[in-house]
Design a binder for this molecule. Sequence first.
Ligand code: GLN
Length: 486
Amino acid sequence: MSDLHTLSVKALAESLRSKQVSAVEVATRFLARTGGNPHNAFLDIDSEVTMAQARASDAKLAAGTAGPLEGVPVAHKDVFVTRDFVTTAGSKILQGYRSPFDATVVQRLAQAGMVTVGKLNCDEFAMGSANENSAYGAVTNPWDTARVPGGSSGGSAAAVAARLVPAATGTDTGGSIRQPASFCGITGIKPTYGRASRYGMIAYASSLDQAGPMARSAEDCALLLSAMCGADIDRDSTSLDMPSEDFSASLNGSIEGLRIGVPKEFFGEGLHADVRAALDAALREYEKLGAKLVPISLPRTELSIPVYYIIAPAEASSNLSRFDGVKFGHRAKDYVDLVDMYKKTRAEGFGNEVKRRIMTGAYVLSHGYYDAYYLQAQKIRRMIADDFQNAFKECDVIAGPVAPSVAWKLGENAGDPVADYLADIFTLPASLAGLPGMSLPAGFGASGMPVGMQLIGNYFKEAQLLNAAHRLQQATDFHLRQPEGI
Ligand code: GLN
């Protein structure tokens, strides 16, 4: 099969089940595509591990004990710890680190039969919006290699867009699944906070971090999400005691009468004209499919930026205190005493953005500033969540842009971290509220770059979101288009 690498997860799983192709053939093809590390998407590849997993899949397929995604390749964002691959979280401080166990999400996808191709580049500790904060170099966008793939799951998005893997995992703290999916013309979903286990996901901001799948279509995301979700209460204290769902089973529902809320704050001045045009067209398509557009308001949208950039660094400053040269990874060579060892290890191991966030976080949590910043931010966070609940009285799902623009040029925001922060405005609100959100291809901008549409649902409404996205994908072909030279 010459088109093996362009097949969807669904089609690959079917071809493997019906023995049209073997897991070894599939793994061989995808490993070959990763040769030379296109787009700098991968941080670790180990073909022996991958081929051993593929042979095990073939044995299960032959024995009739195959999982639902048996033999289908996947690659993991490098914040998921893995036993068989190095895990760095895109940081020098974890260079060469090997975890003694697999993250729950990694384990569950393996149980479903998926074969791991490797680990994917990302912003250091998932802090970033462009994948330019990786200690191992930036990732390039397969649609235009002069542009960023988005972040922080930039390696995941680029790998799927370039057909290096049919699907990948990502993590989303403030948009890191949705925004790179949008920039690379693929589909990604962040479930309700607590639905996917955080065990083995290197913590950035624990009250926000969520895992999710990134693939080309809602149909493929549904297959992965079904395997990824589910209670893990013994190992993750914020895991919801709630079973996963068969998200694929709900993909045939009509959206006749679905009320799509269109927040006026998402379509204000800062939105680039080409993104607005693509979204307007996609919303009209939804109307044709029988949905009803309802104007709504999310009045505190703008506040989500300062609120998030207080809460996330506060949690990060605490979470990252474990990287001290004692238990994990890098330790400075020359030091005079313990404190000096801590200081040198962290000064050498962390990149600038991580240091900036640790300093901001320590500041907003410090005596005298806690009340003024952290506590205020927590109060507004609650109000942002309440705004969504008010909106969901009038609509079933919310639609809007993922980001104000298409993918920007590499280096364009160099030295101006706030420019990247501001571009997170549309993804942060759902993260702060813990709501499920997704990004799906909705058209192309003036520069030929993909434009994503964001859909936000109420708690536990992943099935409804995926169905709404699937309906649009049945009526449009944006998700099927691919960058040149695939
Ligand atoms: N861009 C945001 C940040 O830098 C979101 C990152 C994420 O979701 N991991 O924090």
